[in-house]
Design a protein around this ligand. Structure first.
Ligand code: SF4
Ligand code: SF4
Length: 166
């Protein structure tokens, strides 16, 4: 497992109800210390959801240099609608097609589920179910409604699609 070091992205982007922390507001327990960035790490004050959260980069996805705060995305797995999905929250505008592109290509290549992307924004919106999808060609047959929504190909076999197609 990688070390977060100076990254505090999930402590800003995530909603933490136990701490009455809204999404996109920095947690009051964020600190700067040589051993980490949470002043209540592993104490009773730290919510269980924080203790159990590891973004995909921390789990070993992508290159060492692709730490989430550096490439402008928060990548994580979450349970939704009865299944597990990979969610990507864009924290720098257009990061999905620029800074984070290589990370996303590599992640999509080894994933058997699509990556749901929430576009860059600076505040929480209710009912955020994502705006775009990254999916490899070999999984497209499972998501036929995406076919007409191709925005761009990130690589030869991985495309970026509109999620909601009217
Ligand atoms: S986004 Fe990942 S690397 Fe950054 S603080 Fe959260 S778990 Fe650590
Ligand atoms: S309690 Fe610690 S790990 Fe949880 S959001 Fe706050 S700073 Fe981050």
């Amino acid at each position: 497992m990688r070390l977060c070091e100076k990254c505090t992205l999930c402590c800003i982007v995530s909603e933490i109800p136990e701490l009455e922390k809204s999404a996109y507001l920095k947690c009051k327990h964020v600190c700067e210390s040589p051993i980490g960035s949470c002043s209540v790490h592993s104490t009773e004050i730290q919510p269980e959801r924080c203790k159990s959260f590891d973004c995909l980069w921390r789990q070993g996805y992508g290159e060492d240099e692709s730490r989430p705060d550096k490439i402008g995305i928060l990548p994580f797995v979450s349970n939704f609608n009865g299944g597990y999905w990979i969610f990507i929250v864009e924290t720098i505008k257009d990061a999905v097609i620029t800074l984070a592109k290589d990370f996303l290509i590599n992640t999509a290549k080894v994933s058997n589920i699509p990556l749901i992307v929430s576009d860059y924004r600076t505040s929480f919106i209710n009912d955020d179910k994502g705006d775009r999808v990254i999916i490899k060609n070999s999984l497209l047959h499972k998501s036929k409604q995406l076919h007409n929504g191709l925005l761009t190909m990130l690589s030869d076999d991985i495309g970026l699609y509109k999620l909601r197609i009217n």
